[in-house]
Design a protein around this ligand. Structure first.
Ligand SMILES: Cc1cc2nc3c(=O)[nH]c(=O)nc-3n(C[C@H](O)[C@H](O)[C@H](O)COP(=O)(O)OP(=O)(O)OC[C@H]3O[C@@H](n4cnc5c(N)ncnc54)[C@H](O)[C@@H]3O)c2cc1C
Length: 513
């Protein structure tokens, strides 16, 4: 048998430690030996607090205990994203992790809803989503098993402290014997003939040699970008935001089980509730506002007192055209960046790892594996790109220039086709690969203000009165089941924060009196 492949991960942010945890847990040590290089002095970007439900599969696959992870990262639950003022000022909708309609509604529920609207009902489609109604009520419980009951129609994710999550992954890896090398990389040694990376040259003089390198060096993209010169694809004509100002605030008031994103004069701001603080930040475009004005606009809009000075992060929307080049794969920020509007970056790290594992090289360089990995990542990036553009493009806000620009910009053909199909008769394309299933597209299309011109004839399978009565019953059932759920704060206190448990339970008991 060949000697195990020597794998070197550069970077110890979320990307680096997730990759280290997955490779060291899921690949046999006879296949590869993994080492991780990072610099405490450089540190990590440390933002990235909102996740998608897929992260549960990742954590499960590497043996993470959910409650332990949540306690260690001050995590809360997330049922979706609350979009405020996006379609137009004063509008509001939740993009939930779940379907609209009852347990057996299938993908065509919105056709029934559209027929109900045609018949004169002014029902908001959101009232038919269990996850939306639970989120609005600040309630949380685990989804019921199976697919038969209304409270089985949703999923959930987490909000967590990203730095603490990276540390959690690090502890897990080190407990399993993974070697971490502290220090700054000064240069990179390449094979003069092939261009393959041979070793990282440390400031300390150490030489860290490897067969295969995973670039998790963040925005610097030290290996894939700087050394291997992988071409950058700029998507800022569709996603013009190029700065973010994160600022944490005190945690005051209800612990909401959702991320809130509010449209602003030159972008949008996030609000992410953690157990110990609230994460906030303004993502904006310097084409439409200058940095000082943006800081001012953000500080004026915050709900709670700040805990630290705002800091400024620069970026450009886009990605490296290839995430795998020669004997190097880039994960996380070093492979590309799409703004955190739909919390997709950690998902992109996870899915890249999941695509990498089955394609993991057995020898140093195999162009077939490289091509297949890149093909899969193209699909992932492009699906997310289109979904993000949809939020900007489909708006009827008039007060600020960025929204007028986005409304009139030409969007990718792939997105144009999706919007037109939906506009005509509510058809939503479903695809096998890539993020965002039809329920997600439905939430955002309708939430941003697009209602299908016609409903599908299949929606007429039942007599109208019967269908309306069923829908009404469903709304009531959702409301009743939501009312039975515990408050999110007391659920967290019981499940993931033993210390606070008694306080929250007492508080809820008082509230119920
Ligand atoms: C404003 C903002 C908000 C975000 N919000 C979300 C969100 O809500 N949800 C989400 O999923 N994602 C979000 N993201 C993305 C998320 O933060 C990143 O995907 C995630 O943190 C991964 O970062 P990383 O590990 O790629 O890079 P980093 O965290 O920057 O880590 C880079 C690592 O490389 C090391 N390194 C760099 N250079 C050297 C060197 N010369 N020598 C040695 N080591 C080196 C550093 O020490 C560090 O360990 C957000 C990003 C931004 C900018």
């Amino acid at each position: 048998m060949n000697a195990p492949l020597e794998v070197v991960i550069l970077g110890g942010g979320t990307a680096g430690w997730m990759a280290a945890a997955a490779l060291s847990s899921l690949l046999p040590p006879t296949r590869c030996r993994v080492r991780l290089v990072e610099s405490d002095e450089i540190g990590i970007v440390g933002v990235g607090e909102a996740t998608l439900p897929h992260i549960k599969d990742f954590n499960n696959s590497i043996g993470v205990d959910e409650a332990e992870m949540m306690r260690a990262t001050n995590a809360t639950f997330k049922l979706g994203i609350d979009f405020v003022d996006w379609g137009y000022k004063g509008s509001r909708y939740v993009h939930p992790f779940g379907a609209h309609g009852g347990a057996n509604a299938g993908l065509g529920f919105h056709q029934l809803w559209r027929r109900a609207v045609d018949s004169g009902r002014d029902w908001d489609i959101q009232e038919f989503s269990f996850a939306v109604m639970a989120a609005r009520a600040n309630r949380f419980d685990f989804p019921a098993a199976g697919h038969r009951t209304i409270n089985s129609t949703f999923s959930y994710a987490y909000h967590f402290d990203a730095s603490l999550y990276a540390q959690f992954m690090r502890r897990l890896c080190e407990a399993r014997g993974l070697e971490r090398i502290e220090g700054k990389v000064r240069d990179v040694e390449q094979d003069p003939q092939t261009g393959d990376i041979r070793a990282l040259l440390m400031e300390s003089g150490e030489r860290v040699a490897g067969d295969f390198f995973i670039d998790c060096s963040g925005f610097r993209s030290l290996l894939l970008g700087s050394k291997l010169d992988a071409e950058w694809e700029d998507w800022s004509q569709w996603l013009p935001c190029d700065r973010a100002i994160p600022v944490p605030t005190e945690r005051v008031g209800d612990l909401t089980p959702y991320t809130r994103v509010t449209a602003m004069n030159a972008g949008w701001r996030w609000r992410i509730p953690l157990q110990h603080r609230t994460g906030n930040g303004y993502v904006f475009s310097t084409r439409f506002i200058d940095e000082d004005e943006a800081v001012e606009e953000l500080l004026q809009s915050l709900d709670e007192p700040t805990l630290a000075e705002p800091r400024l992060l620069r970026f450009q929307a886009g990605r490296r055209k290839t995430s795998w080049k020669r004997n190097c794969v880039a994960l996380g920020l070093s492979s590309g960046f799409l703004e955190p509007l739909e919390s997709t970056s950690i998902y992109l790290i996870q899915i890249a790892i999941m695509h990498l594992l089955p394609l993991f090289p057995t020898c140093v360089h195999d162009p077939r594996l490289e091509a297949e990995f890149n093909r899969r990542m193209d699909i992932e990036y492009e699906r997310i790109r289109d979904f993000l553009i949809l939020h900007y493009h489909l708006n009827s806000r008039d007060a600020a220039e960025i929204w007028r620009y986005c409304r009139s910009m030409e969007v990718p053909q792939s997105l144009h086709r999706k919007m037109e199909l939906f506009r005509h008769s509510g058809i939503i394309e479903s695809y096998k690969d890539g993020l965002f299933t039809p329920p997600s597209w439905l939430s955002v299309l309708v939430g941003q203000g697009l209602t299908p011109e016609h409903y599908h004839p299949l929606a007429e399978a039942q007599p109208l009165e019967r269908m309306l009565a069923d829908l009404d019953e469903l709304r009531l059932e959702i409301q009743e089941r939501v009312d039975e759920m515990p408050k999110h704060a007391s659920f967290i206190a019981r499940y993931a924060n033993a210390q606070a448990a008694s306080e929250a339970i007492l508080h809820e008991a008082e509230e119920r009196l």
